[in-house]
Design a protein. Structure first.
Length: 190
């Protein structure tokens, strides 16, 4: 009977660790997909600009606002962004491979959130402008923006990674470091 109880406890602990890993992987994949979507939007904007410039170049000479050099410079920028997109894609694939290896390994640290309700004003450059209600969170080793947001959502604060980035101007989701204090806005707060 004691062996059965120990086996059940071990199985539950493994399920919990597996769920934590799945949550972390899900958050990281979501961050990567968000970054890829932003790249796609930038490319779409540049394609539209090229199309508009092409229309202007083909228009009668009286309305020629863009020169051939302008169009060439824009095309070079589009190529540069496409190369960056390819590099990002390769990085995403490498990160997914690493995540797969991590999922097969030991459990990762769990984000522990202790919310403190705070109202901010437009004080320093790292806080959002205008009063907002929310929480301050100190980044811990192994934290990702998506796992922090998920931990707050699990506690009833319906916040997204985009809202956190907007509330923390200059914050780079890919460069969170241990000890960094970030503001978590509470969109549900009155």
């Amino acid at each position: 009977m004691a062996v059965l109880t120990v086996s059940v406890a071990q199985a539950q602990a493994q399920d919990s660790a597996t769920q934590q890993q799945i949550d972390k992987l899900t958050g990281q994949v979501q961050d990567l997909l968000d970054a890829q979507a932003q790249q796609g939007k930038r490319i779409d904007d540049l394609v539209k600009q090229i199309s508009d410039l092409s229309d202007k170049v083909n228009a009668p000479q009286a309305n020629n606002n863009a020169s051939a050099d302008d169009l060439k410079a824009l095309a070079e920028k589009v190529q540069e962004i496409d190369q960056k997109r390819q590099s990002d894609r390769e990085l995403i694939l490498k990160q997914l491979d690493k995540l797969g290896k991590v999922a097969a390994g030991a459990p990762t640290p769990h984000v522990h959130v202790t919310p403190n309700t705070t109202t901010t004003g437009g004080g320093d450059s790292t806080t959002p402008s205008g009063p907002q209600k929310g929480y301050y969170y100190v980044v811990k080793d192994g934290d990702y923006l998506s796992t922090i947001a998920k931990a707050y959502r699990d506690q009833g604060v319906k916040v997204t990674t985009s809202q956190i980035l907007k509330a923390n101007p200059g914050l780079d989701a890919n460069k969170l470091y241990t000890g960094k204090k970030i503001f978590i806005p509470d969109p549900n707060a009155p």
